[in-house]
Design a protein around this ligand. Structure first.
Ligand SMILES: Cc1cc2nc3c(=O)[nH]c(=O)nc-3n(C[C@H](O)[C@H](O)[C@H](O)COP(=O)(O)OP(=O)(O)OC[C@H]3O[C@@H](n4cnc5c(N)ncnc54)[C@H](O)[C@@H]3O)c2cc1C
Length: 358
């Protein structure tokens, strides 16, 4: 006789099928942890497809310790995730999936064919081969904790899940699906949110030396952040690009990110800083540092407060069974593959923690 059907909760509902959500689902599949992925957009990894101008700089070939030292203030929070899933493990993981890889002289890693789609397809194939259900075109509308587990509400149905992983991303490039839903759910459930700021974004200037060179790229350039006394607080050698709005490029982005984090320690003191960019024989000083808006940023600074999340497991300190991974957290890195690697590493820690608990 057929066994009577019993309604059982899914072990893990992953909300968001971006970098963190895809990686989490891949780890869950490897560990035989039944899960379901909810994705607002019609397909997985919309933002990943846009990374590095469609080429996807998914990691940097450096040690976990170097990665953490480059990260800045959030390194203690990310330490366990990164040590358990260091960049070289991520690189080896893609190799084992048959993705050909290209290493740049500075260690940045890309798929060899220069196509971010290769990375997204590798995840898609792995999830298909393992029968992981993906519910696309399905924005999760709310998460309600129950006596055990959660009700995950969507516009058309609800699902009972024992654990929920919020992997809904930051708030930049909202057209790619990341609109701040995860932060809203977290806030409704009592988690503190750190205000959003743009991270890794261009700076506005009308300096004619920049504007008349709009469209020019300088790979051997430098940007520095100086304080009122002219002391160099941060310097980065790398690309500076002239744009119609001002300056962009890796060196400018990393300086801008440094400024945002410095302002957390020194609120309201933006006017104390000057950004100096040297490129093509010119040195341009921006006395007023004006970043472009967060919706254009590569990464969101701010999000779910790290104080409310256990760095050893990625589990909420407020709501047991609720986990976080990726940019939904107040966690960001410099340019060079750090942000995707952070999304992957935090996702892996969340899923392995759930597996250990079960
Ligand atoms: C232009 C650009 C270039 C970049 N280049 C690089 C790079 O080269 N290297 C690098 O390391 N990083 C890069 N980044 C940053 C990197 O893409 C992000 O940090 C990373 O994708 C964050 O992963 P995530 O999973 O947290 O968020 P996302 O990848 O943004 O994924 C979140 C997913 O959740 C879904 N979602 C949101 N709300 C809901 C909901 N309510 N229900 C269901 N689904 C939902 C979204 O549709 C989205 O697919 C770049 C970013 C941009 C914008």
């Amino acid at each position: 006789m057929a066994k009577a059907l019993k309604h059982t909760p899914v072990k893990l509902a992953i909300v968001g099928g971006g970098a963190a959500g895809m990686f989490a689902a891949a780890v869950a599949a490897e560990r035989k942890l039944p899960c379901v992925v909810f994705e607002r957009k019609a397909r997985l990894g919309s933002k990943v497809l846009m990374t590095a101008n469609g080429r996807c700089n998914f990691a940097k070939d450096i040690s976990a310790e170097q990665f953490l030292s480059d990260l800045g203030p959030a390194a203690p929070f990310a330490a366990k995730a990164v040590r358990e899933c260091p960049p070289r493990k991520i690189i080896a993981g893609f190799k084992s999936l048959g993705v050909g890889l290209k290493r740049m002289a500075d260690g940045r890693m890309f798929p060899a064919d220069g196509k971010a789609a290769t990375i997204v397809h590798a995840f898609g194939d792995l999830l298909r081969d393992n029968g992981v259900p993906i519910v696309a075109n399905c924005p999760v509308a709310g998460i309600q904790p129950q006596k055990t587990g959660f009700i995950v509400a969507t516009p058309n149905f609800t699902l009972w899940a024992e654990h929920v992983l919020l992997a809904t991303g930051g708030v930049s490039y909202p057209k790619l699906g990341s609109t701040g839903d995860g932060q809203r759910f977290a806030s409704e459930l009592g988690h503190a949110l750190v205000p959003y700021r743009p991270g890794l974004i261009g700076l506005e200037t009308t300096d004619p030396r920049v504007v008349r060179r709009a469209g020019e790229r300088f790979e051997e350039a430098q940007a520095r952040v100086l304080d009122l006394s002219g002391r160099v607080l941060y310097a980065y050698r790398g690309e500076v690009d002239c744009e119609t709005f001002g300056l962009s490029g890796a060196a400018v982005y990393n300086c801008q990110r440094f400024v945002e984090h410095w302002l957390r320690e020194h609120p309201g003191r933006m006017a104390d800083l000057t950004l100096e960019a040297s490129f093509g024989g010119e040195t341009v000083r921006l006395e007023h540092i004006r970043p472009r808006p967060v919706k254009e940023a590569i990464v969101t600074i701010g999000g779910v407060s790290l104080d409310d999340v256990d760095p050893d497991t990625m589990e909420s300190r407020k709501v047991p069974g609720l986990y976080f991974a990726g940019e939904v957290l107040d966690l960001d890195g410099p340019t060079g593959g750090y942000n995707l690697s952070l999304a992957f590493a935090t996702a892996r820690l969340a899923v392995t923690s759930i597996c250990r608990k079960i």
